[in-house]
Design a protein around this ligand. Structure first.
Ligand SMILES: [Zn+2]
Length: 317
């Protein structure tokens, strides 16, 4: 059931794509093949799970040095990956509250499921076992199974408590949302009120709209995004008839190349191996190495591939 519930939840309809004017070089193509990668949207679900050893093997085969930053929080994966794991908590609780109490529950900090989570999270952060929250879907009104679609304000009392906990530990919150005026306002307020929290916007907001991201990045250095589900491979693997959002086999689209070059410290890589896409993990990584990374200078490529993640998630190189 969870499989179908999550199906497509991470994507939204895409807009028209534009021709890329990007160029790669033989040097950057080679560099991109071997650069270490931090996959900051790597789901390791408890439902129909792949073993912790399977994840480690996939990462090793594909040169992915670190992974995680979204749910589920799995102790077995953490034990296997050790400090290569970027542990995040809260995704299961968020779905549980939504199915039981709908959108009203999601904004209520007194909800018993959230109360329990706040308490557990605080202890896990304190002991260093967790570094952030997510993935929290606050607005996926055009994506996913109709049963999981919803829109809530991202700046709400329940979310403020997550940010307050993360603030104490300089942690992160990964949010799946679609851009509109309310979201822009909300995320700017949260990131101003909780300056030590890094917000990671899943799928770089799931639309071909690099300009909205540029606007947010220009105002807050603690707002970042990750590029999972913005290419073609995920659609191919899941059999979805969708256009890519940010890059294709000719490279990144013009606006996206400009975005990354203008804000090279605020964009990271991800794969989103949910809903059965885990079977195509190697293809998802290969696509990043072939169709996105080589179109940037080695310096920017390093930031995009892992250096931003190392800084934001305090990873060991
Ligand atoms: Zn996801």
């Amino acid at each position: 059931m969870f499989k179908s519930v999550f199906l497509g939840s991470c994507f939204s309809l895409t807009l028209l794509t534009f021709n890329s004017f990007a160029q790669s070089s033989p040097e950057t193509v080679e560099f991109a093949k071997k650069i270490p990668i931090a996959d900051v949207h790597m789901h390791t679900y408890q439902q129909n799970p792949r073993s912790a050893a399977w994840w480690k093997e996939q990462m090793d085969v594909n040169g992915v040095k670190w992974g995680g930053a979204v749910g589920d929080y799995r102790e077995d994966v953490q034990a296997e990956l050790k400090d290569r794991f970027i542990p995040a908590i809260g995704q299961i609780a968020f779905f549980k509250v939504f199915f039981k109490d709908n959108t009203r529950g999601l904004i209520d900090p007194e909800n018993p499921v959230f109360q329990d989570l706040y308490g557990r999270a605080d202890k896990l952060f304190e002991s260093g076992l967790v570094k952030g929250f997510g993935e929290f879907h606050t607005d996926n009104h055009t994506s996913g199974h109709p049963r999981i679609r919803r829109v809530i304000r991202t700046d709400n009392p329940a979310m403020r408590k997550f940010y307050a906990i993360a603030e104490r530990y300089s942690g992160f919150v990964q949010i799946h949302a679609e851009f509109d005026k309310d979201f822009g306002k909300d995320i700017l307020s949260l990131s101003a009120d909780f300056p030590n929290v890094t917000t990671v916007l899943s799928h770089c907001l799931s639309a071909n709209d690099a300009n909205s991201l540029a606007l947010l990045f220009s105002k807050r250095t603690n707002i970042t995004c990750e590029m999972s589900a913005t290419g073609e491979a995920i659609n191919r693997i899941l059999g979805l008839n969708k256009s890519p959002i940010a890059f294709n086999s000719s490279g990144p689209f013009k606006d996206w190349k400009k975005l990354i070059e203008s804000y090279p410290d605020q964009v990271m890589l991800g794969t989103d191996p949910c809903c059965g896409a885990d079977r195509g993990y190697s293809e998802l990584i290969s696509e990043l190495r072939a169709n996105l990374l080589p179109y940037f200078s080695p310096e920017i490529m390093e930031k995009l591939a892992y250096k931003n993640a190392v800084r934001i998630f305090k990873l060991k190189e």
